[in-house]
Ligand binder design. Structure first.
Ligand SMILES: [Ca+2]
Length: 165
């Protein structure tokens, strides 16, 4: 009986001497990627300035020559900040509806926008019939149409619109 125990003890000793090498390799491989993934996740989840997307939808009037090829921009003003003027993407031809997505820190619901045109291109005058912006909370801010043509003189122009809803 004593001899049997002794053999068993030897086997256990042999096993435990081999195992640590495997164990430490596995720990090193497993821990490094897991840590960096956790760190990334934590930074995103705790930052108070997480990015949100504002979707700007602009309808160009269906009047003759209402479209434009000028460079157009919009700045958004929210309850807690504003964006820089951002280039609008889309065609802005007569009767078109164009959409631009603007990534920003969360500046709250949009209550004012400023439209800019560089007045460039052929027949630069631009007539807008509606502007609306989707907010991070899912609501939509509507803005009155400008009461005049923008950039019609072929020079830089801008107009401020206030939320109407
Ligand atoms: Ca035009």
């Amino acid at each position: 009986m004593k001899k049997l125990l002794s053999v068993a003890a030897t086997s256990i000793l042999a096993v435990t001497m081999v195992t640590p090498a495997f164990a430490s390799e596995e720990v090193n491989e497993a821990v490094v990627p897991a840590q960096s993934a956790d760190t990334t996740y934590n930074i995103e989840s705790v930052t108070p300035f997480a990015n949100v997307t504002y979707t700007v939808t602009i309808e160009t009037s269906n009047d003759d020559d209402a479209g434009t090829n000028s460079v157009l921009k919009i700045a958004l003003y929210g309850s807690s900040g504003n964006t820089e003027p951002t280039v609008l993407s889309g065609s802005y031809e007569q009767g078109d509806t164009d959409t631009t997505r603007i990534s920003s820190s969360n500046i709250g619901n949009i209550r004012k926008v400023v439209l800019y045109t560089d007045g460039g291109g052929y027949k630069p005058g631009w007539r807008v019939s509606s502007v609306r912006v989707s907010n991070p909370d899912g609501s939509v801010s509507n803005f009155g149409a400008p009461n005049r043509w923008l950039g019609d003189g072929g020079t830089k122009d801008e107009i401020t619109l206030l939320r109407t809803n």
